[in-house]
Design a protein around this ligand. Structure first.
Ligand code: 5GP
Length: 141
């Protein structure tokens, strides 16, 4: 089956258009990084290309080539900011694989030895905590 069409009413398209707020970390002409509002661990962030695509399956390879260096940049910053033992990068394609927001995004999640991840799309984090964590990541960029 083909990938369904992109719907520009998804929440990340609204964030890109400035219609809903986000805690931003990094932005360039092609890419935006911001805090996940339901973090699975402190410092959980998302990297998205500005060009619309539903997920990896319909993305332009040239866009992917611009996005991955930003994923790396944010992964390094998050590792430093949270003194993480490792960084989990995740990316889901279609509901059967766990995708809930249909604009391509990469999860970047700091991991500590012996610490269990919270559930995917679990509870909302306090906005002040998100802002404090974002400040740590920005300082490490
Ligand atoms: P997916 O399941 O599609 O890979 O992940 C979507 C992610 O977006 C989830 O981790 C969820 O917590 C996050 N998310 C959902 N709504 C919002 C929102 O309005 N703002 C932000 N910053 N993140 C969101």
């Amino acid at each position: 089956m083909n990938t369904p069409a992109y719907d520009d009413e998804n929440i990340f398209a609204k964030i890109l258009r400035g219609e809903i707020p986000s805690v931003k970390l990094y932005e360039d002409d092609d890419t935006l990084a911001f805090m996940d509002v339901m973090p699975q661990a402190p410092g959980h962030l998302l990297v998205i290309p500005k060009q619309p695509s539903r997920n990896l399956l319909d993305a332009d390879p040239e866009v992917l080539a611009k996005t991955i260096p930003v994923v790396q940049k944010l992964a390094k910053a998050a590792k430093t900011a949270f003194d993480a033992d490792g960084i989990f990068v995740a990316q889901f394609n279609e509901p059967a694989a766990g995708q809930t927001v249909f604009h391509l995004h990469f999860h970047v999640i700091p991991r500590r030895e012996g610490t269990v991840l919270k559930p995917h799309s679990g509870g909302m984090e306090d906005m002040e905590v998100l802002k404090e964590n974002a400040e740590k990541i920005r300082a490490a960029l």
